[in-house]
Design a protein around this ligand. Structure first.
Ligand code: NAI
Ligand code: MG
Length: 479
């Protein structure tokens, strides 16, 4: 892995500098530190917000939408040119198998391309009104947007939120996760090289309760977007409420895939397992519940179990099926959750390879069967490589179980019956429903977000641009 920049620096108003305090940079594959990163403080956030405020009144405020798009397209191309470097960095920093890290780098480039193309296609409306009036609407940026990014998909989540915010003409302050900030810093270096004016993008790594809390409660922020845990999401919404600014919250889920008796199992099987173990299950939209019609239940458990037994867990650079978890703490959380499975059937486990470094944060993928819908492991997010398989009797039962958690992010339906597909798409409580697939390849074009404790607001696609803008109505009386 070659870092072409100093990971201890933060970016404020076009200036890179170090902070007095630092945090360790851990390699999840070995459990060993391989450097240090900055530990930004509230005072750094103050400066970053001031820089972003100044930048929106500077050249950025006069940059046309087409020019913003052109600049973002350039950033996208530069990301593509460095995709292998970025993948190596992310694999080391997050413990992600290399191929998955490369996928994230390519997705970040796609976000830039998509929002580059969309920047000059956001239009207002003219509204038919009383005689003597002309009324129209303008879509304007919020101003300074705050972005609190988690560690599970740093490049994708930064790409989708900062991409949409910049396309709309906002200026940004980014607080990446303390566990994984290297690619956010790389992105900032690339954006700078591409010609993004100073202060438009500011990046301050640091702890959630320090830099993160300072950002979400800052009176100079006009919008906060957050992806992470439900508990912190609540804190962020409460902090933003004191400043009466909007928030976008993406807080994960307990997303089901429903396998009906008429499903094409050969097609479904790879998705059923993959959606649970991708990124070691540390995925907001992970499918951690598999709901199966009772007639197929034993068969699906057997076939999933066979796949689980072939899963290999090891260091990111070995590029196996599953890498380590992000941290010792996350490993502890996941093992603590799995300890609640003593009353369940362990249908199968994957294997940690023998030469995986002993200090790495590895957890063997675990498939749990004979799970009741109310069991804690069927209700709470595990955020590790584990899935529960639950039987159902009919459509009614399937919908009740699927909708029977506090979450509502994503759902998948496997059925060859068109009417059933349409009924399920309407009845499932989720922000995205996938019919005979799961995830649709990530789709930067597809609006994404939850209901219930999965959060609110929509990211990705064109819809995100509305979230990163404010509608102004102009009524002219001209007689
Ligand atoms: P977290 O919610 O604490 O961290 C996410 C981001 O929020 C990080 O950048 C962190 O620095 C920041 N943060 C933490 N406390 C903050 C505060 N008081 N004010 C402002 N920002 C703050 O998530 P954590 O602790 O790393 O993971 C715990 C659990 O959260 C996971 O097991 C998983 O269930 C869930 N999670 C969900 C994610 C998703 O994609 N929806 C991503 C990460 C975690
Ligand atoms: Mg936390």
């Amino acid at each position: 892995m070659t870092l072409w920049y100093d990971p201890r620096e933060i970016l404020i108003g076009g200036q890179w500098r170090r902070t007095p305090a630092t945090l360790a940079l851990d390699d999840p594959s070995t459990g060993e530190a391989f450097g240090e990163i900055a530990r930004g403080q509230a005072s750094d956030i103050d400066e970053a917000v001031a820089a972003a405020e100044a930048a929106r009144h500077g050249v950025w405020g006069r940059t046309t939408a087409a020019e913003r798009g052109r600049l973002m397209a350039r950033i996208g191309q530069m990301i593509l040119a460095r995709a292998d470097d970025l993948a190596q960095i992310e694999a080391r920093d997050v413990g992600k198998p290399l191929k998955q890290a490369k996928g994230d780098a390519l997705a970040m480039a796609r976000y830039m391309e998509f929002y580059a193309g969309a920047a000059d296609k956001i239009m207002g409306e003219t509204i038919p009104y009383m005689d003597g009036y002309t009324v129209y609407t303008l879509r304007e940026p919020h101003g300074v947007t705050g972005h609190i990014i988690p560690w599970n998909y740093p490049m994708q989540i930064l790409g989708r939120s900062v991409g949409a915010a910049l396309a709309m003409g906002n200026t940004c302050v980014v607080k990446p996760a303390e566990e994984a900030c290297l690619t956010a810093l790389a992105f900032a270096r690339i954006a700078e090289e591409a010609g993004l004016p100073p202060g438009v993008l500011n990046v301050v790594p640091g702890l959630g309760e320090e830099a993160g809390a300072a950002l979400s409660s800052h009176p100079g922020i006009h919008h906060v977007s957050f992806t992470g845990s439900v508990g912190v999401g609540m804190l962020i919404q409460a902090a933003a409420a004191r400043n009466v600014v909007p928030v976008t919250l993406e807080l994960g889920g307990k997303s089901p895939q429903l396998v009906f008796e008429d499903a094409d199992l050969d097609k479904a099987l790879p998705f059923l397992v993959n959606a649970g173990i991708q990124n070691a299950g540390q995925t907001c939209s992970a499918s951690s519940r598999i709901l199966v019609h009772r007639s197929l239940y034993a068969q699906v458990v057997d076939r999933m179990a066979a796949r689980y037994r072939t899963l290999r867990v090891g260091p990111a650079l070995a590029d196996l099926d599953v890498g380590p978890l992000i941290s010792a703490r996350q490993k502890e959380i996941v093992e603590g959750m799995l300890a609640l499975s003593s009353d369940l059937t362990v249908a199968a486990r994957g294997q940690i390879v023998a030469d995986a470094p002993k200090g790495g944060f590895y957890v063997a993928p675990t498939l749990l069967a004979d799970v009741t819908p109310g069991h804690r492991l069927a209700q709470d997010e595990i955020f590790g490589p584990a899935q529960v398989v639950i039987p159902f009797d009919d459509e009614e039962d399937a919908v009740a179980i699927a909708n029977g958690t506090e979450f509502g992010l994503v759902a998948g339906v496997w059925s060859e019956n068109g009417g059933r597909q349409m009924r399920m798409a309407k009845r499932l409580r989720a922000g995205q429903v996938f019919l005979n697939n799961y995830g649709a390849g990530g789709g930067v074009e597809l609006p994404f977000g939850g209901v219930g404790k999965s959060g609110h607001g929509r990211e990705k696609g064109f819809e995100a641009l509305y979230g990163f803008s404010v509608l102004k109505t102009v009524a002219a009386h001209h007689g």
